[in-house]
Design a protein around this ligand. Sequence first.
Ligand code: F0G
Length: 457
Amino acid sequence: MDLPFAESWKIKMIEPIRKSTRIQREQWLKEAGYNVFKLKAEHVYIDLITDSGTGAMSDRQWASLMIGDESYAGATSFFKMQETVNKITGFKYVLPAHQGRAAENVLFSCLVKEGDYVPGNSQFDTTKGHIESRKAFAVDCTIDEARDTQLELPFKGNVDIQKLEKVLIEHNEKIPFIIVTVTNNTAGGQPVSMQNLREVSLLAKKFNKPVLFDSARFAENAYFIKVREKGYADKSIKEICREMFTFADGMTMSAKKDAIVNMGGFIATNIEDWYDLAKIKGIVFEGYITYGGMNGRDMNALAVGLDENTEFENLETRIKQIEYLAAQLDEFKIPYQRPAGGHAIFIDAPKVLTNVPKEEFPAQTLTVELYLEAGIRGCEIGYILADRDPITRQNRFDGNDFLRLAIPRRTYTNNHIDVIAVALKNVFDRRNSITRGMAIEWEAELMRHFTVKLKRL
Ligand code: F0G
């Protein structure tokens, strides 16, 4: 008999988590204005609000913290991090930043001007924010198939090459770079194929435009290339990463994801001009060029994390846990973005809460129901997060309305996953009795999901 699959690590340190009663949760959620971002974390049993900065570091990472070099300039920790980034990506210039959006802020300050167009595949909300706040336009060129949650495609995060070409022709002069997000978070943690990265790069070269990768989950993307794309089964994850980055001129990185640190990020590139410009902005916004908002010890942990998480076994353990949850949802017939992505399950809320009109935010309603059911905190990636159209000020209902269950790396066991699946099933079983959703009582103009106040209808 074949041995069953099991994690490629064992647990050395634990952190207690607490259950609560439904009555307590009703009260806490009401006080939080039905916005799960406003809940105290201690009032959450299983926290799936994000996989960002919430992973468990390894013993090697913890050990590396002790030998962090906290020198203001020229710290050995910086050089360790630079060497690792260089080895994995092939990029020579590395500029630390305290997290992904800080790296975006530094680089986009240099490259994005008013009236510019930045095409890509479903730019993440902070990426879009950094483009739109500079009065430029983020153009989403993701393949249309990504919108149909029930369609099974191996690389649903891909860029539609025709859409991209059209933007390149129409706005040629106004395009500072193309951005490809690997994996495509907003479309459901969906990967981008090597073939697609190659095609984007060829097209970019034709139009003489640089390509930037938003690389928060690049290692997970490499895993999917290995297991799903022809010709890569026998290549190592590190070989695949190197090849992926040959199709980019630079990257921004939120190290809180695939480098498995609690805080950190960087810009890396081979374009000397980009580095020279970004250095100056980096010093102003983040700190001197060899720390950029990071502690020496955290740069050490980042270097170790990147090295570990570009090994197959670590990624396989992670992605198989997402698949384990997906298999249970299949059994219960709960609809989600198919196939399961790299870091999360995205439940297709309007397909579950069919009686809740879109104006009453089905995904937010489902987020609330799941928390009330079992103290599990997911988050809405849907109509509230989409913000209003900046010109018409109408809600944008044209995208997907997801409840995202992001699974932190190396943090929960499959017993927790069983609890999540059953809690969802319980909500799913009473879905037809949920006929009303949420109404907005107060909202901010931008990124309203973080601070919105809601009421239950
Ligand atoms: N790019 C992608 C694709 C992301 O998913 C995120 C963050 C960022 C950039 C920004 O990085 O948080 O370090 O500033 N995503 C988190 C999430 C917050 O929950 O998906 P950051």
